[in-house]
Write a protein that binds this ligand. Structure first.
Ligand SMILES: [Zn+2]
Length: 469
């Protein structure tokens, strides 16, 4: 047989080849074998008619959280909405691999390892030696780089710049949820991040979350973020379209551990302490995350309060703090005089956080006329593939990985997910098994094999992260 799978009669949209029209897609040995106006059905072991649907390269979620045990459920949540490849922005990388090996749903995943001042370093001002050691260890265990969570666990500005510098010298990835001991996770933190990066390469995580209106009108903050990113192309970035965030409801010594959480309480008119958190849950402002029926749900009011108390105030929480005006500005903004997007990719910062809405909300932006389908596809596939150097992902062209997402053209609902030539999801039912790790080093790729995953080494030197000008 010429093809293992033949997708017939769909509207193929591909950002690399510029295709947008009725084509057939043939997949063989895990790769795209052919895309043409008509491929003979007799040549296919398995024929799937996708008439009336959009056929795009497998969706890449450029920012998710599925690393720790409570979050492993995120794999099936992602696969069910058509995500084929994801980049975990948490770690520890050893936990990411353990969860991925068991719950991977057939997806491809790359992982970042979080450097948490005071937790895996001695304090908020780690030395070059400490940072180097953590980085080497992370890369050897399968990570593609580091993540800093300044909003939750800030380092000093000096140490933050040091971490960026070390990662750049080692040629690995480095992503930043902005914020230091000097500035918060907001537009001021973003200004500071641009300064701290200098000429180094840096990934600015979830840009929309710094434009929640803490200092100016949310739209004004979004426009400033757009200006900063337009004039600093050494920075790559993503933003998401979910209205809720995801943070920690943990209380220590009467205070929320996370500074993000304290901000969220203030935004809802609650005091940033244990009492305020309790009132915010009872009042419906704070939504406690709880696993039910194979997915993460949000509960609030009396029920949420009880869940939080029963967990000894150690729980995850979401607040409806994301401003829709700023997230829409960031989703659609383009470079001046070009078709290139300012914010490279559309992510979810989801996975286990129940806001994997990139296709659903993205399709809504298409209905509004804010984006076209080809533009949405570019932000969900080719751009993130290039950003991370996933050379054979993000396109429906011969020789590329057999990754395909099939979605409804009006609702954006995912109908079919194919990962490296295997069907992993049909109409929200996840059938995929195993997983494929995208690592930065051969040692890291070998670690994946130890836990039963397949793997490959990504060449970050060819990524937008290191090459974009
Ligand atoms: Zn995140």
């Amino acid at each position: 047989m010429e093809y293992d799978i033949l997708l017939k009669n769909g509207r193929v949209i591909d950002a690399l080849t510029g295709l947008d029209g009725k084509y057939d897609v043939g997949i063989r040995h895990g790769k795209i074998a052919a895309v043409a106006e008509s491929l003979p059905a007799v040549d296919a072991a398995s024929l799937i008619d996708v008439e009336g649907y959009i056929v795009m390269p497998g969706v890449i979620d450029s920012h998710v959280h599925v690393s720790t045990e409570a979050r492993w459920i995120g794999y099936s949540m992602m696969a069910s909405v058509g995500v084929i490849t994801a980049v975990d922005f948490g770690g520890p990388i050893k936990d990411t691999l353990r969860g991925f090996a068991t719950y991977g749903c057939g997806m491809s995943v790359a992982g970042l390892h979080t450097i948490t001042p005071g937790r895996n370093t001695k304090d908020s001002d780690p030395t070059v030696e400490e940072i180097s050691e953590i980085t080497d260890e992370a890369l050897a265990h399968g990570a593609i780089g580091l993540k800093m969570v300044g909003g939750h666990n800030p380092a000093t500005p000096e140490a933050t710049a040091r971490i960026i510098e070390v990662a750049n010298k080692k040629g690995c990835y480095i992503a930043f949820h902005v914020g230091t001991t000097e500035h918060g996770s907001d537009i001021e933190g973003l200004r500071e991040a641009v300064e701290l990066a200098g000429k180094n390469r840096l990934h600015i995580a979830h840009v929309n979350s710094y434009c929640r209106g803490l200092h100016m009108d949310p739209a004004a903050e979004a426009l400033e973020a757009v200006d900063l990113l337009r004039s600093h192309r050494n920075l790559v970035s993503e933003s998401y379209l979910g209205t809720i965030n995801g943070t920690s409801a943990n209380i220590e010594d009467g205070l929320p551990v996370s500074h993000v959480t304290r901000n969220c309480l203030r935004m809802g008119g609650y005091t940033p302490d244990e009492k305020g958190m309790g009132e915010a849950i009872l009042g419906g402002w704070a939504l406690i995350q709880v696993v039910r029926g194979g997915k993460m749900e949000l509960v609030t009011g009396e029920e949420g309060y009880q869940v939080w108390k029963d967990a000894g105030t150690q729980a995850r929480v979401s607040f409806p703090v994301n401003d829709t005006t700023s997230m829409h500005i960031l989703a659609a903004a383009k470079m001046k005089g070009s078709d290139e997007f300012v914010v490279d990719a559309m992510s979810t910062d989801g996975g286990s956080i129940p806001r994997n809405v990139q296709l659903e909300r993205g399709a809504a932006l298409v209905r509004l006329g804010a984006l076209t389908w080809p533009e949405l596809v570019r932000k969900l596939t080719l751009n993130p593939a290039r950003m991370f150097g996933f050379e054979l992902k993000g396109a429906l062209a011969e020789g590329f990985d057999g990754d395909v997402t099939v979605a409804h053209p009006v609702t954006g609902r995912a109908h079919l997910g194919i990962s490296r030539g295997q069907v992993i999801m049909i109409d929200s039912v996840v059938v995929g098994k195993g997983g494929h790790l995208l690592a930065a080093t051969p040692e890291g790729a070998a670690k994946a094999k130890e836990v039963g995953l397949s793997s490959e080494v990504v060449d970050l030197s060819k990524s937008w992260f290191y090459t974009r000008t």
